[in-house]
Every structure is written in C-alpha cells, then in structure tokens.
Design a binder for this molecule. Structure first.
Ligand SMILES: Cc1cc2nc3c(=O)[nH]c(=O)nc-3n(C[C@H](O)[C@H](O)[C@H](O)COP(=O)(O)OP(=O)(O)OC[C@H]3O[C@@H](n4cnc5c(N)ncnc54)[C@H](O)[C@@H]3O)c2cc1C
Length: 343
C-alpha cells in the first residue's frame, strides 16, 4: 500500500459525475485547480503506476467498469482576455469553466461566434475532444489553440487549431492523443461583430426577427433544445448516442430510391450526412425500451437510462439498434460518447 496525499479522495462514487448515472466508482479522485497541483497529482499516480483518466461533466462518457486508477477533474475556471486585435478577441479559458456559462458570458461581453453552441452540457476542457457542434457551428470554427499536459510525463503542450485534426465529432484527442493528455486551457478567437449563423433550418425557422440579436439566437437555441432533448438531471442520458453517418453518393442514391423521404445533408467532400435519429426511428426503436434503457420518444437519437441500469444494458441496446439500422440501410452507426471499457 502507498500513502495517499490529502488532495486525493479514495473510492469516489461517480454515479452523480456521469449523466447516464451509471453506478461506478473510481479508486482515486482529485480536483486540482492549478497547473502545479495538477502536475503533483499526475506525478503521484504515475509513481504508483495508476492509470489516469480526465473527467469533465461526465456528459459524454459510458463507464463500463469501476475505474481502477485516478480520475482527475481539472477545476481551474479562469478566463483571460487579449483585446489587442481590432475585430476579434482571444479568450483563454480554463478547462473547469462550464461550457454553457461560457457561451452566456461571451454574449454578455460582446464576443460572438458560439451562440449556436448554447446549452451543450459539460466543461470547456472536454469541448475539443469531440469538437462539439450544434446548429451548423462547430468548436473548430472559433478555436485558436488547446493547451494542457501529457499524462505520462506531466510536460506541457500547446496545439494550434490545424494541429488538432478536427473533423465531425472528432479530433486528435480521440485518435493519436486519446488518453494521453489532459487539457487545461482552450483559447478561442471570437468576433466583436455579431453575425447570426442561421443556415440550420430548424434554427432559422425558430427566429422571427430578420436581424436577430446574439441573445435572441441563444434563447432560440435554448428553447429548441429544451423542447427536444431530455434534461439529464431528470432523465439520465448523454445527448446523441450515435454520430450522424456519412455515405458516398452511390450509397445515397440507392437509399433514396427505396426511401425518397429520407433526410440527408450534402457535404463539401461529395459525401452526404444522414440523420441517425431518422434511421433509428425507421428501424422501429424510437420510444422503445430494452430493460432499463430506451431510445427517447421525442428524439430517437438519445439513449436514456433508468435507475439500476448498467453499461451492459446500454451497450446491449446500442448493439440492437446498430444491427437493425445496418440490416435496413446497410449503414453502421458509430457510438458518439466515449466508451470507457478497460485500462
Ligand atoms: C443533453 C445533452 C445534449 C448534448 N448535446 C450535444 C451537442 O449538441 N453537441 C455535442 O457536440 N455534444 C453534445 N453533448 C455531449 C457532451 O455534452 C459534450 O461532448 C461535452 O463536450 C462533454 O463535456 P464533459 O465535460 O461532460 O465531458 P466528459 O463526459 O466528462 O468527458 C468526455 C471525454 O472527454 C475527456 N475529457 C474530459 N475533460 C478532459 C480534459 N480536461 N482533458 C482531456 N480529456 C478530457 C474524458 O476523458 C472523456 O473521454 C450532449 C450531452 C447531453 C447530455
């Protein structure tokens, strides 16, 4: 056995720290709020040979087992502004800042570009991991750089936007750097001039004013989301459980012959994005449950869980949905949240 520093808790219950409310614990848990204290807990865990996992709001994880090592929730919430540019500001925000609070703070301060990303749960530090996106805007549209530390060595890193390999719900942090870094700060470049981004039809339809303010866009996004998405505090969920699949033109044409009403969104690279929620509904899973988990009745893309549900229940339902969608459409749905299977 080894000595555990006072900053580290043992046997931490993570049920309230993941929005699917899965019953899991972490052997060790720390919430450092400075770079120095972060490096201390990383060094301690590395010395003991314990695996380290960063955690934010737990709104995009499926914990399959208890975590045998150290979970680190980086708590720093600072925000530093560089206002030296004429048309834009650079804001360096610490990972522990809550994403939606940041959106509101930016709009109130006259810094624009992330209004469409209002009400996405979770922390600033996790936002680059899957390049959060909604209503036609993605984090990568406004992100300047990401900084943090390498988990294995405690060394600091800084990656510019182009180095983060952002794509649809994807980044270098889910690929080559998966599990290897802890993000401490994200720097955004926001405009001082507001331009409404209303190319997403549902958002455009929700706004009556031809020249809406940033606040009106934020309020419209909030009300659309509240009408469609279950509140994780009431009905545990992680938002969209599957990514919207991409298909090539040949596949799209053959699907449209069979399903002329199928929604799709042409992409710049010649592919088309399909609506995973529509595919799931056609496969008969909208509002259908399997034991203690279900695909939501208002939004088929959202998998919900009831008290007592386990990760095995979640993954069993996901596999059934994937199999039925594949059989109907020859499309393999990919799970969007991070499935934490083993170390
Ligand atoms: C109701 C609901 C609606 C949602 N809507 C959207 C949406 O519209 N668009 C969208 O993109 N997502 C959406 N999500 C998913 C989720 O909110 C985002 O992915 C969010 O960025 C997750 O933040 P988090 O802090 O909760 O991350 P967590 O769930 O805590 O972590 C997610 C992953 O990031 C890693 N991680 C967390 N913090 C750090 C860090 N500091 N450094 C390195 N790795 C880290 C974790 O290890 C894990 O692998 C939704 C979720 C819910 C519940």
């Amino acid at each position: 056995m080894f000595d555990v520093p006072a900053a580290i808790q043992c046997q931490m219950d993570l049920q309230s720290q993941n929005t699917l409310a899965l019953p899991v614990t972490s052997a060790y848990f720390a919430e450092p709020d400075t770079l120095e204290s972060l490096i201390d807990v990383i060094s301690w865990a590395n010395l003991q040979g314990l695996p380290i996992m960063p955690l934010g709001g737990g709104s995009n994880v499926v914990f399959c087992h208890d975590w045998p090592g150290l979970v680190i929730k980086y708590g720093e919430r600072s925000l530093v502004v560089d206002d030296s540019l004429a048309d834009s500001v650079l804001i360096k925000v610490a990972a522990g800042f809550e994403w939606h609070a940041l959106v509101l703070h930016c709009v109130a301060s006259g810094w624009f570009g992330i209004e469409n990303l209002a009400l996405i749960p979770g922390s600033v530090g996790a936002a680059p991991i899957q390049n959060i996106g909604a209503y036609g805007v993605e984090l990568c549209d406004v992100l300047a750089s990401v900084s943090g530390v390498y988990i294995e060595t405690g060394e600091v890193f800084l990656l510019e936007n182009a180095q983060c390999e952002f794509a649809y719900r994807d980044s270098i942090f889910k690929q080559a750097l998966a599990g290897k870094v802890l993000i401490t700060h994200v720097t955004l470049k926001l405009s001082k001039q507001f331009t409404a981004q209303l190319h997403y039809p549902a958002l455009a339809a929700a706004i009556v004013n031809p020249q809406p303010s940033a606040n009106e866009v934020v309020q419209a996004v909030i009300s659309i989301r509240q009408s469609k998405l279950p509140d994780p505090l009431v009905i545990p969920n992680v938002g969209s459980f599957f990514k919207n699949p991409l298909v090539n033109n040949y596949h799209l044409s053959s699907l449209l012959e069979r399903y002329p009403a199928m929604p799709y969104y042409p992409q710049a690279n010649g592919q088309a994005k399909l609506a995973a929620g529509w595919l799931i509904e056609q496969a008969g899973w909208k509002g259908k449950s399997l034991g203690l988990v279900a695909m939501h009745a208002q939004q088929a893309l959202v998998l919900t869980s009831q008290p007592g549900a386990t990760a095995a229940d979640v993954l069993r339902l996901a596999a059934c949905v994937q199999a039925d969608v594949a059989a109907l459409f020859d499309v393999r749905l990919q799970i969007e949240p991070q499935v934490i299977e083993h170390v």
